[in-house]
Design a binder for this molecule. Structure first.
Ligand code: UDP
Length: 192
């Protein structure tokens, strides 16, 4: 995708449909990919935290997650077609994952929330293979990474909130080729 730069963050200039199609190809080819869905809050944080800014620069796809980003792009004269949110992208990938039996790993949220999400995915997306799930309140990062790689997921959804989830993915993604995506509070939304 070509990109649009806002405050030194390069957003992909594409639609939800084209983006999902690209992710499906990436997962099918077992490419190592890092997705950040960036809202204005993330942009502001990146501006004040150069280490986080560098993490965003290392992502493969940064999407405009929020109307504020779309408006910013418009004002700068480099419009972006539409919002691409973490939650919508997660649901689309689960739908496709159910049809094509993709393996997923869920990392994040409180234990009770995660349990509800696991049950919901089993019910609503029966074709998805749940390779593993771990709540987001862990001490031993290395053990969690070992658990993820041993589970051999095609997609890893990290829901520990920003900036934690992006730092985690940037630090460990080279260990294992999968689609790695930070999904913020999506597990809480999914759990209802
Ligand atoms: N969370 C977590 N581990 C932590 C801190 C937070 O798993 O150490 C989870 C929290 O339970 C919630 C999500 O991360 O499910 C954060 O959601 P929030 O809406 O704060 O994140 P954002 O969408 O702003 O990135």
């Amino acid at each position: 995708f070509d990109t649009v730069s806002i405050l030194n963050v390069s957003f992909i200039n594409t639609t939800n449909a084209a983006f999902i199609q690209q992710l499906q190809q990436d997962v099918t080819a077992h490419r190592n990919r890092f997705v950040v869905t960036a809202n204005p809050e993330i942009l502001m944080y990146a501006r004040e935290h150069p280490d986080y800014q560098r993490v965003l620069q290392r992502a493969d796809y940064v999407t405009p997650d929020g109307i504020g980003v779309i408006q910013g792009a418009q004002i700068l004269g480099t419009p972006l077609p539409e919002r691409i949110t973490g939650y919508d992208t997660l649901l689309k990938l689960l739908e496709w994952g159910s049809l094509t039996h993709q393996r997923i790993f869920l990392l994040g949220a409180k234990p009770a929330v995660l349990k509800t999400v696991v049950n919901k995915i089993k019910h609503d997306y029966p074709g998805v293979v749940l390779a593993g799930a771990r709540d987001g309140y862990f001490q031993d990062e290395a053990a969690v990474v070992t658990e993820i790689t041993a589970a051999k997921p095609d997609m890893v959804f990290v829901a520990t909130g920003f900036p934690k989830q992006e730092f985690f993915i940037a630090k460990y993604r080279e260990r294992y080729a999968a689609l790695w995506m930070g999904v913020g509070g999506s597990f809480d939304v999914l759990a209802g």
